[in-house]
Design a protein. Structure first.
Length: 183
């Protein structure tokens, strides 16, 4: 990807050096890139995407100066395809890319189920718990209050919140209740 980007930058620089380019067009293209970058940081396409698209369209019209040859001019089809593809990429693709980049990985938390920990705060029904040296948001299973410092067990995981129950007096698993007791 780096090689392709460098090659495109080199070819673009060569094209700008050979064609009659207006500085206003270059400034508008830079403004469009900055507007799109602001929208990527915000995470959802709104005002700055519209500013970027508008700057891109205006820059497409004013980028090249007058040329003696009639053969060199921007095709309407090229302009429409370029604006439509860039707008589609930023309105549809950008939010999902940002969501993926900043999402919390969900792989590998299942090992926490059944682990024991200690309530860092009172959990009634929500609070914080320390499990395996890390502090987690926690809520009690079936609203069983747990006092700060009381041992607990992880019953389930919902996103980044642990469903916990007290180690002593916890709700029993129905499968255990169905098993006949050995005497």
């Amino acid at each position: 990807a780096g090689f392709v980007g460098a090659l495109c930058t080199l070819l673009g620089t060569f094209g700008l050096a050979e064609l009659p380019v207006r500085p206003v067009g270059i400034i508008l293209l830079i403004l469009a890139v900055i507007a799109f970058a602001v929208d990527v940081q915000v995470g959802i396409p709104r005002f700055w995407t519209a500013v970027g698209v508008l700057a891109y369209v205006i820059a497409s019209f004013v980028l090249y100066g007058p040329v003696q040859e009639e053969a060199l001019r921007l095709s309407w089809l090229t302009l429409i395809a370029g604006v439509a593809s860039m707008t589609l990429a930023f309105v549809v693709g950008m939010p999902s890319m940002v969501r993926t980049r900043f999402a919390t990985p969900t792989i590998g938390r299942e090992w926490l189920i059944g682990q024991q920990g200690v309530a860092a705060t009172d959990i009634s029904p929500e609070g914080e718990a320390n499990v395996r040296g890390a502090k987690w948001r926690a809520r009690t299973n079936r609203a069983t209050p747990i006092k700060s410092g009381q041992p607990l067990k992880v019953a389930a995981i919902d996103g980044v919140t642990l469903d916990v129950e007290p180690l002593e007096g916890a709700a029993r698993d129905y499968r255990e209740m169905r098993k006949p007791r050995e005497q």
